[in-house]
Design a protein around this ligand. Structure first.
Ligand code: TRP
Length: 448
């Protein structure tokens, strides 16, 4: 039998998982959600959920993946024995990967378009009105955003077709640290703006009165989305982790890095938004109007803008790679397709729904279902329903269906790592995480 590919080192897993986690979720979606859900109130709930539920859930996915050495569908089948319903969780994950990839590549395409705009120096000397108009014109353009989206999907398919180690690991290793550096520079720049104080107050002052069911489920969905958990992407990556690697510290490292980048994005965007008079509730346009405004007033703005959008494109690409990899791992192993064919078919299928998501953004587009654009609907369905449900089933599976001894064996690498902390994590996986996810999930259903 052909040996399954592995990441080459512990650094390889952290880097690939961080590559999956870091992306538009941090820089585009997080500020958008924080802005519309009350700023500080959202942040505090988010931090608690990411650290307390996010880490154990990420570890759970690694445990399933490495134990089974298989894609999510095969993993649940292998670990649950014959004639079981558990593989449904795997199917749900693969479906979820499709749906996320479809709308994710809409915004991924925008980043590509904005990379082009920054190369062509489209933001220099523009006022807020003009920059807002550029965003409207771009998203309303009849074909440009679609072409950008399709190019992005093709790039993703190209990398995934070449395989895990070559494609995924190599890209992430160099570029993720560079993104962090440039974000720190932007962060310092934002702190010197006139609206810094007001922006920071909005972002960091928790108004506990604003916490309600909607804030809770938004923060939960955002944490799952940002950490790439709850649908099998990290089961897939877990299946490439070597037997000697430390999964708990890897997961903790990724959660910290991901949270740091999200908070940095907030510190860049909110002070700037208050300075330039952009509403923090601006939603989808928040990042794409605020950031060009920041660059356009900065010394060396052209240069920073170009590098920033380049890195954003790459961070986004390492995320789309992990989403397509879920589909490709499942179809190559379950249906015995070749890797390149699976990558192409996956991308084409995604494009079919993805184009609708992109078109639904145009003003007056008929692509609305139940008052939401197709784009919003896909986002909402996955982040508020599929991922929390998937996450709940995953922690229940590891906590209650798998044998406790097997789980501890995975967590401690066969007893060679310290057990105290790992038992505590297993406790969270068994009791705290399922209850917390269930409570938040139900609070949204009843709290409408
Ligand atoms: N986490 C990525 C981001 O924040 C997006 C992403 C990649 C994702 N893989 C995923 C989201 C799997 C959910 C599930 O941009």
């Amino acid at each position: 039998m052909k040996q399954r590919e592995n990441f080459s080192s512990k650094l390889g897993i952290i880097v690939a998982t961080a590559g999956s986690a870091l992306g538009l979720g941090n820089i585009y979606r997080f500020p958008c959600e924080a802005g519309t859900n009350g700023g500080g109130a959202f942040l505090i709930v988010y931090l608690i959920i990411a650290l307390l539920i996010g880490t154990p859930l990420m570890v759970s996915e690694f445990v399933i993946g490495r134990r089974a050495r298989s894609n999510p569908i095969g993993a649940f089948r292998l670990l649950s024995g014959k004639k079981n319903v558990w593989p449904v969780v795997g199917y749900l994950g693969v479906l979820c990967a499709f749906l996320i990839l479809a709308f994710y590549t809409t915004v991924a395409g925008w980043t590509l378009g904005y990379l082009g705009k920054s190369a062509a120096n489209h933001f220099a000397g523009q006022d807020l009105g003009q920059i807002q108009l550029q965003f409207m014109n771009f998203t309303n353009h009849p074909w440009l955003p679609i072409v950008c989206q399709l190019i992005f999907l093709a790039l993703t398919a190209f990398v995934v077709a070449r395989g895990v180690k070559d494609g995924i690991e190599r890209w992430s290793k160099i570029l993720m640290p560079l993104l962090l550096v440039i974000m720190v520079v932007l962060c310092i720049n934002s702190l010197t703006l006139s609206g810094a104080k007001e922006g920071l107050r909005f972002f960091f002052n928790p108004d506990f009165g604003k916490i309600n069911g909607r804030v809770l489920i938004s923060a939960l969905g955002q944490a799952f989305f940002s950490l790439s958990i709850g649908m099998g992407a990290l089961i897939t990556y877990g299946s490439y982790i070597g037997k000697k690697d430390n999964m708990v510290s890897s997961a903790a490292g990724v959660v910290l890095a991901d949270t740091l980048v999200a908070v940095l994005a907030g510190v860049i965007i909110f002070p700037a938004a208050f300075t330039f008079g952009i509403q923090p509730q601006a939603g989808a346009s928040l990042a794409f109007t605020t950031l060009p405004m920041v660059f356009q007033q900065m010394t060396g703005g052209y240069f920073f803008c170009l590098i920033f959008f380049l890195l954003l494109v790459i961070a986004t690409l390492t995320s789309t790679i992990s989403l397509l990899e879920v589909i490709v791992a499942a179809t190559t192993e379950e249906m015995k397709l070749s890797r390149p064919l699976a990558a192409i078919l996956g991308a084409v299928d995604t494009a079919l729904i993805g184009v609708l998501a992109t078109l639904s953004f145009r003003d007056g587009s008929p692509l609305h279902i139940g008052g939401r654009t197709v784009f919003d609907l896909l986002d909402h369905m996955t982040a508020s329903y599929f991922m929390p449900l998937g996450g709940l089933l995953i922690v229940l599976f590891v906590g209650w269906k798998m044998k406790r001894a097997d789980v501890l064996d995975e967590l401690t690498n066969g007893g060679t790592l310290k057990t105290g902390l790992r038992k505590a994590i297993l406790f969270i996986i068994r009791y705290l995480a399922p209850v917390a996810i269930a409570v938040i999930f139900i609070s949204q259903l009843v709290g409408k």
